[in-house]
Design a protein around this ligand. Structure first.
Ligand code: ADP
Length: 220
């Protein structure tokens, strides 16, 4: 195998998910090889990605010719065509790509992708649906949950904490959460310390067990 491309990603399947991901990588100055079987999609992205090719990713020879085995990272953005998604992912495993990300459209699909060697499986609609459920019912402005039930929450500062420092309001001992960052109106987020005083209209980033972080965010 040739020397692996470290700062490059091959993105296979340039639907809504794959295209958004590929364009974001380019924005972050990562070299991207985009592959999609639909020539219209490929034409539309020519000039926006580093390289973009119309090809069927379920053919081993095609992937070899495109040098996919030289990449350290690959993302399979094919979802709807589950057979193509599974075949492509297993070929990437056979080619020894060390870091394979794949998109699944349901739980069974996700399980198969894990089984055949995908290192990371995402379910964008399922994951976003879960996240939005936390946002629509309360005062949280953003919510990220990690595997072990730990969450980061963005929320407006509760009015009862205004005018007091974090040490004075004893948020950690009373609510079991840590205020990580505070943002004053018109300013950037800054790291919070025990002396940080909460002002009206401040935004907070709070870390803690998801139930506790959510409960804290819903206090007014
Ligand atoms: P999204 O919901 O993100 O739009 P889709 O699953 O609908 O995702 O889109 C997947 C993309 O993958 C489509 O653009 C489709 O042309 C492409 N695709 C499907 N099968 C193959 C294949 N065998 N080889 C390469 N690209 C493929």
């Amino acid at each position: 195998m040739a020397e692996q491309k470290d700062n490059a990603v091959v993105v296979i399947g340039l639907g809504r998910f794959g295209t958004a991901l590929a364009l974001e990588l380019v924005e972050r100055e990562v070299e991207v090889l985009g592959i999609d079987s639909n020539p219209r999609i490929v034409q539309g992205l020519a000039g926006s990605l580093t390289h973009v090719v119309a090809a069927d990713s379920t053919e081993l020879e095609v992937l070899q010719q495109l040098g996919v085995d030289e990449f350290r990272r690959a993302v399979v953005g094919i979802g709807t065509d589950m057979e193509a998604s599974i075949l492509t992912t297993s070929l990437l495993t056979d080619l020894g790509v060390p870091d394979i990300w794949a998109k699944a459209i349901n739980r069974q699909h996700a399980r198969i992708l894990h089984r055949i060697g995908a290192h990371h499986v995402v379910q964008p609609e399922h994951d976003t649906g879960k996240r939005v459920a936390h946002l629509v019912t309360g005062r949280m402005l953003d919510y990220i949950e990690f595997e072990d039930g730990f969450a980061l929450v963005k929320t407006a500062a509760p009015t009862w904490a205004e005018g007091r420092s974090l040490a004075e309001s004893q948020i950690r001992s009373r609510y079991g959460v840590t205020v990580v960052c505070v943002k004053r109106r018109g300013e950037d987020f800054t790291y919070a310390t025990a002396d940080t005083v909460i002002n009206p209209d401040d935004l907070l980033i709070v870390a803690g067990k998801s139930g506790k972080a959510e409960r804290f965010a819903n206090l007014t």
